[in-house]
Design a protein around this ligand. Sequence first.
Ligand code: ADP
Length: 164
Amino acid sequence: MKTAFYPGSFDPATNGHMDILGRALALADSVIVAIGIHPAKKGLFTFEERKAVLVKSAKAAFGDKANAMSVISFEGLVVDAAILHGASILIRGLRDATDFDYEMQMAGMNGVMAPDIQTVFLPASPATRPITATLVRQIAAMGGDISAFVPKAAAEALKTHFKA
Ligand code: ADP
């Protein structure tokens, strides 16, 4: 049983995240989507809200295959959380050279701290490559249409958040 660990903020999940998640589900027997919680950094959505969007979106996009996904929260080091949850693969999406430079450093240092965990980079698909959750939040905050960038459940959560 190969368990993959896919860490990030997912605030909220975008089509870019869903693209990587779908491909991780094809690679591993199970995928743990791990939402990093930073005590000092308050996100737009709570952990429960982010998890609900991920679960709904995965069901809609992947059907029964989504049963192989679970969503957890973690604080601290990614490799510690991955080991704690029995994962042997660490999934990261690569969009551009900025991602690449940072991710190579992380993969190198994670590899020293946790040699049994293999980092697997998945290249962003052309259609979702430009999408970042940060820009999605900014566009939504200014009343823009983000429906081309995020799954339906995320668009609904953003609409509710910024109307309230
Ligand atoms: P963001 O950088 O959009 O706030 P996260 O911090 O949640 O996203 O990123 C979690 C993981 O998902 C990282 O490995 C990141 O490279 C990947 N990712 C985010 N957006 C995309 C995308 N559009 N295409 C491919 N991978 C992505």
